[in-house]
Structure formats: C-alpha cells, structure tokens
Write a protein that binds this ligand. Structure first.
Ligand code: NDP
Length: 452
C-alpha cells in the first residue's frame, strides 16, 4: 500500500455513497503518487490528507412557490473546497441529479483547474437539485431568489465568487445577482457570467468552449498538426457545446454531432454557422429539444437515447476528434473503444469528468491525445477570473483583449501540463502533467500557510 492508495480507501470509507467524489479523488491521487517521493515536505505537513477534505460544505433548504401557489422545497449546496491560492471560485449547477457527492467532485476538480489557470483563485462549487426544465421564467426567478436568500451570507468578492454551470446560464445569473444586490445593497463582483450591461466580461459565455478548442489545437501542434479539415464529434447543445462548435468552425474543422439528454443529431454535411444559429435560438431562447434540428435539416439524423445499449451511439461515428461537452461519465469503456475504432486521435473535454476511469484507460493505452477537463475546460473559469479583475478595476477589456488573454492562458495551461509530464518522465501524459502541476501550486501555498 502507498500513501495515496491508503488515503483513497479512507476517503471512500469516510464519505460513503459519494461515488462521483470517489472517482474524482481516485483520478487525481493515482497521478500524484510520484510527487510523494519528490516532496517529503508535503507528506510531513499532511498536505495530501488536507487537500481531499473541503474547507467547509454548506447545505441549506430552498423553499419556493410555483405559478399555481404550491410550495416546493429543494436542496441547496455550496462546497468551499480550498482557499489556499485565492477566493473560492466555481459554478452553480441546477439539475435534478445534484447531490453532495457531485458537488464535492466538482469542487475538488475546481481546485486543481483554477490553479492551472495561472490566476489567483481557490476552488468551490455549488448548486441545487432544482430542475429548471419546463419552469416558467417567474418560477426560475423565485427559485433563484430563494437560493440567494441563504447563499448571500456565505459569498463575497473576496471570499467566494460563484458562476454558472449546467442549468445556470445568463438568465439565472441575472436573477441571482439581482437579488444579491437587493439584500446587500452592494454592486460588486460577487458572481461571474454576468450580463455585459451590469459587469460581465466579453467572451465569458464563449470561454469554456473556445478554450477547449484552443487546448485541442495546442495538443495537435505538438504533433505538427492542426484542426483544419478535421471531423469532430461534439456532445451536449448547451453553453459549452455551442461555443465549441463555433470555434471549431473558426479553425476550419467540421463538427458533425451534438446532443441533449433526449438524444443526438448526426449531420453528415456538418453543422455550419447557420445551423449553429438555429441551435442557439432553439436552446437559449425557445428552450426546445435537439430533435427539432433533424426536423429542420434533412442532412441530419436524430437518434434517441437508449440506455439499455450500454454505450452512446454518438461516439460511434468516423471522426478525427471528440469534444464531450455535456456531463460526467458520458464516455465509458465501450464508447472509448468505439472512438478508437472510428479513428479518433484526440479528445478535449469541455465537460467535467466526462470519461470514466475504464474509458480513460482505453484512451491512454491507445495513445490518444487526451485533454482532461481540468486543463481543457479551464478557459471558462479563467475568463471568470478576468471578469473579477475587470470588476475590481471598474474597467472593461475589449473582445480582442479578453480573447487574446484566454488564448495565452490556454497555451500556458497546455505547456504547464506538457512540461510537467516531461519532468515526471511521461511526456504527453496530460492527466499526470495537469494534476501534478495544479496540485504542486496549491500544495506549496498550503505549506506556506501552516497547518490551518
Ligand atoms: P448547459 O446546461 O448549458 O448544457 C448542458 C448540456 O448537456 C445540455 O445539452 C444538456 O441536455 C446536456 N446534459 C446535461 N446533463 C445530461 C445528462 N445527464 N445526460 C445527457 N445530457 C446531459 O451546461 P454547460 O454547457 O454549461 O455545461 C456542460 C458541461 O461543461 C458540464 O459538465 C459542466 O460542468 C462543464 N463546464 C461548464 C463550464 C461553463 O463555463 N459553463 C465550465 C467548465 C466546465 P438537456 O438540456 O437535455 O439537459
């Protein structure tokens, strides 16, 4: 047994039933084993034991009233994971699957991701099991107000700065921020992903998807290749997916799929800019289903989700690259094998932890360029960090300025992961490189702060 495997056992026993959290911790600890020997000072200071434990987890009741006057109660969460390098930072997820284990997995990942961005941000995550689907704007607003009625006392521009995630986009951030201002009488950068009219940053909505494509381009660059002409499988049709598709088009690639929780479309002719505009209108304004894409465009075929299959047909098409941009564990072992069999040479994860451990093994064994979420999707939180900077300065950078900074950051994240993988004797192993680079930064800050 080793320090990291003993610790993983302890995490499993002391956090029972939190399977996604166990998975996230296992993925990180496995890659940290070589640091144990190189950094006895981390071992002596109990850094490994401390880093898996959140600073605090806040659980609260969110009571709200629907349009018919019925009272509902949802669960609210904010896990403030680690503040070693900056204020807690990370999104809010509103989805019926949300539970403490999922928020802890996301918060834990966020600690390392934020460290990689080169910006001073700690890690946190929050959310609720509230399902915004099918709710009126009024119901979403009242829910957001009820959520903020409790959350406001735990957050602040120098303490904890939430943002969006699944089910939390511009509309929800508007309601959350509106209510925070009302009860605190304070216009401050306490949330990111705000509208441009009230303190948001240009390129924030685009940042996660753009960043994931920039990261893919960096990985290809190490092989002397580019995205030009490459066929890309994309999942999801929300924020991350939409801007992944947009940047793929900018760089000359051909996106051919996207999905929602009902099913996916495969468009052999490619999703072009006009079709992307249709998806954006469908998802962001009409809040419709991706099936309607195939009703409109005859070049596309819609396939409904069939969970009895044990794999996702979306990943079973000839392509060069894959951009999972929907949710956790959407690529299992069989999906990963299908990607390999179909010629996919690169995966860049827009979503958080979209590949299962068995799937990652297949990917690594087949020497696929594998940009794990912590590195590849860090562009979103990086531009959130830039939004915080602009709020503090009371100044706004132009679109070009923010995009240039985002590109710089994605390049830096790539080189930190790549160079660290080299330094640890496994060049091109991005999970190893990214986890160790992110961990080392946080661990050094924790060491400097003493035992707190
Ligand atoms: P959105 O809510 O905008 O979109 C999510 C998309 O994924 C929708 O198409 C949704 O379909 C689909 N989806 C969600 N849950 C499931 C599920 N269980 N099974 C199948 N499909 C599902 O969220 P985002 O685009 O913001 O987030 C997508 C992923 O990217 C998440 O993993 C998130 O944590 C990650 N991420 C997001 C960042 C951001 O800046 N927004 C930053 C970094 C990571 P449906 O509408 O049917 O539910």
């Amino acid at each position: 047994m080793s320090l990291t495997s003993d610790l993983l056992e302890k995490v499993k026993v002391t956090n029972p039933a939190e399977v996604e959290f166990h998975q996230a911790v296992e993925e990180v600890l496995e890659t940290l084993e070589p640091t144990v020997e190189r950094h006895p000072e981390f071992v002596k200071a109990g850094i490994y034991e401390r880093i898996v434990e959140p600073d605090r987890a806040i659980l609260f009741r969110v009571p709200w009233v629907d349009d018919r006057g019925t009272v509902h109660v949802n669960k609210g969460y904010r896990v403030e994971y680690n503040m070693a390098i900056g204020p807690y930072k990370g999104g809010l997820r509103f989805h019926p699957s949300v539970n403490l284990g999922i928020i802890k997995f996301l918060g834990f990942e966020q600690v390392f991701k934020n460290a990689l961005t080169t910006l001073p941000m700690g890690g946190g995550k929050g959310g609720s099991d509230f399902n915004p689907k099918g709710k009126s704007d009024g119901e979403v607003m009242r829910f957001c107000q009820a959520f903020m009625r409790e959350l406001f006392r735990h957050i602040g521009p120098n303490t904890d700065v939430p943002a969006g995630d699944i089910g939390v986009g511009g509309r929800e951030i508007g309601y959350l921020f509106g209510y925070y201002k009302k009860i605190r009488n304070e216009h401050t950068g306490v949330l990111t992903g705000k509208g441009l009219e009230y303190g948001g940053s240009l390129i924030r909505p685009e940042a996660t998807g753009y960043g994931s494509v920039y990261f893919a381009a960096e990985m290809l660059n190490t092989k002397g290749e580019s995205l030009e002409g490459k066929k890309a499988l994309v999942s999801g049709s929300g924020n991350v997916s939409q801007f992944t598709i947009e940047k793929l088009l900018d760089l000359g690639a051909k996106p051919i799929t996207c999905s929602d929780s009902g099913g996916y479309i495969y468009d052999e002719a490619g999703i072009d800019r006009e079709k992307l505009a249709f998806i954006m209108e469908l998802k962001n304004v009409k809040r419709g289903r991706i099936k309607e894409y195939a009703d409109k465009y005859s070049s596309a075929v819609y396939t409904q989700v069939d969970s009895s299959l044990g794999y996702n047909k979306l990943w079973d098409h000839k392509a060069d690259a894959a951009f999972p941009s929907a949710t956790q564990n959407e690529i299992n072992e069989k999906d990963a094998q299908n990607l390999v069999n179909n010629g996919v040479k690169l995966i860049s994860e827009g979503a958080n932890m979209p590949t299962t451990p068995e799937g990652i093994k297949v990917v690594m064994d087949n020497k696929i360029l594998y940009g794990l979420g912590k590195a590849a999707n860090a562009g979103g939180v990086a531009v959130s960090g830039l939004e915080m900077s602009q709020n503090s300065m009371r100044y706004s950078w132009t679109r070009e300025e923010v995009d240039a900074k985002l590109q710089r950051i994605m390049k830096d994240i790539h080189s930190a992961a790549f160079e660290t993988s080299k330094a640890y004797g496994d060049e091109g192993n991005y999970p190893l490189g990214a986890n160790i680079a992110g961990f080392t930064k946080v661990a050094k800050a924790m060491l400097a702060a003493g035992v707190v």
